[in-house]
Design a protein around this ligand. Structure first.
Ligand SMILES: Nc1nc2c(ncn2[C@@H]2O[C@H](COP(=O)(O)OP(=O)(O)O)[C@@H](O)[C@H]2O)c(=O)[nH]1
Ligand SMILES: [Mg+2]
Length: 431
């Protein structure tokens, strides 16, 4: 017989694998309390932190334990959290002890999965947990918090309702054509759904940038000052600077956050031809690969020589004339900067953000960041966009149902076990 998710009691380490002051082992399921009491010295009361001893083979630790009776717990099942000291071996031992007493090691994301299955949170909220945990900037945190609060779920539930009611209107005619004078397609409703989904999809570009950052490649002739500029921008002496051409060979990257946007700067080898060492040739090949993958190129020109390097003009780029401390008058097609004095570097950062983002979350737009959700909504969008008002009604109805199915894969109203497995396998153990 298949075990229902909440018929077994699972155990996992909820805190990261490492060494810390505190580490948490979490039990969830019908036997959670019984198993916890087999290893904890004092009786647990609902929602009370109890100080006691947790004991197993080879160890005893002083710990706090809290019992959250169902349904008022994270998973919706009975939960016990044991807060012990945060050593990975100790926590593993506590977990093994729980297993010895009847618990089953949790699969990645199984706690959250149970929370969804028990109706404690929606699927979009569960998926946004990963965003919240992985957030590296305030913008990401802000966006993840909004997803956690259910903002996307609310929008998509409205879409589902509209699709269902549009479909019902058509069905009414198909079932009883004699009752209605002429078939009416609820076109306004369909268009409303179309436009809401399109609005959501527009945000994926910025969502992507918010999560992964923009890749900005510093490109130019040897000695233009790329490495100096790189160091000044990332405020770290990462890259070696000399007046010898060909100093930088490997690509060097570092990420900074500017106004909530992550910018991944990549310093590259200067581009030049001639009789080059194999090291420099490889460096230039790497530079060219980095240029190809960059979202934006900063073309660094030495203001004193003004030699512009060859670069793919079709790529987004900004020309900067560096060393403007030596030569303040520069051509109007670029920005005068100085790695040495820091002149115009804030302006450069500002321009980079402006040129690479469309509508950053700072403007109050909810950004889609999850590839799976984006794929499903893109498919729904394609299906809906292909619908024509003068098509056969049964065909329109069928396409509305199909679009609804894809939206349901995001909201959770149409997900199977396999999809849930895929979603939660991306979670960490103990989550
Ligand atoms: N005066 C001045 N010198 C600079 C500036 N930026 C770089 N340099 C000098 O130019 C030379 C080459 O710099 P580097 O950053 O290694 O250039 P790269 O080969 O393009 O990476 C070094 O001697 C730097 O000190 C600048 O803004 N002003
Ligand atoms: Mg360099």
């Amino acid at each position: 017989m298949m075990t229902q998710p909440n018929e077994k009691t699972i155990v996992g380490i909820a805190t990261p694998m490492g060494f810390g002051g505190v580490g948490i082992v979490r039990l969830s399921g019908k036997q959670a309390l019984i198993i916890a009491q087999r290893m904890f010295s004092r009786p647990l009361k609902p929602r009370h932190a109890t100080l006691g001893q947790v004991t197993g083979d080879h160890f005893t630790d002083t710990a706090l334990a809290i019992y959250f009776p169902a349904p008022h717990s994270f998973t919706g099942d009975d939960v016990v959290e044991i807060q012990a000291h945060g050593g990975w071996h100790l926590l593993n031992r506590i977990m093994q002890t729980a297993v010895k007493h009847g618990a089953i090691p949790a699969e990645p994301g199984e706690f959250t999965r149970n929370a969804v299955l028990n109706g404690k949170m929606t699927l979009t909220q569960a998926e946004s947990t990963i965003d919240l945990i992985n957030a590296e900037s305030d913008l990401e945190l802000q966006n993840a918090s909004r997803l956690q609060a259910g903002e996307l779920q609310t929008i998509l539930t409205q879409i589902e309702n509209d699709l269902v009611s549009a479909r019902a209107e058509i069905d009414a005619y198909l079932d009883y054509p004699e009752d209605l004078d002429s078939p009416t397609v609820p076109w306004a409703k369909i268009q409303q759904v179309q436009s809401t989904i399109k609005q959501l999809l527009v945000t994926t570009h910025d969502g992507q940038i918010m999560t992964n950052g923009v890749n900005v490649c510093l490109v130019g002739c040897p000695n233009a000052g790329k490495s100096s500029l790189f160091n000044a921008l990332v405020q770290n002496n990462r890259s070696i600077v000399t007046d010898i051409a060909g100093t930088t060979t490997d690509t060097i990257s570092q990420t900074i956050t500017y106004h909530g946007i992550k910018i991944n700067f990549i310093d590259t080898a200067g581009l030049r031809d001639g009789d080059l060492s194999p090291i420099e040739r490889q460096g230039i090949a790497r530079a060219q690969a980095a240029i190809k993958h960059a979202d934006l190129l900063v073309i660094v020109v030495d203001a004193t020589t003004r030699v512009l390097v060859d670069f793919p003009r079709t790529k987004k780029h900004i020309i900067v004339y560096n060393k403007c401390d030596l030569c303040p008058n520069v051509p109007s097609d670029g920005l005068a900067v100085s790695a040495k004095t820091g002149h115009n570097l804030t302006r450069l950062l500002h321009t980079i953000v402006q040129m690479t983002t469309q509508n950053p979350a700072a403007n109050g737009v909810l950004n889609l960041t999850n590839a799976r959700q984006i794929n499903e909504l893109r498919t729904a969008d394609q299906i809906l966009t292909a619908i024509k008002p003068d098509e056969a009604l049964d065909k329109i109805a069928a396409n509305l149902t199909l679009a609804l199915a894809h939206v349901g894969k995001v909201t959770g109203s149409n997900v199977d076990e396999k999809t849930l497995d895929e979603i939660f396998s991306k979670f960490c153990l103990g989550k």
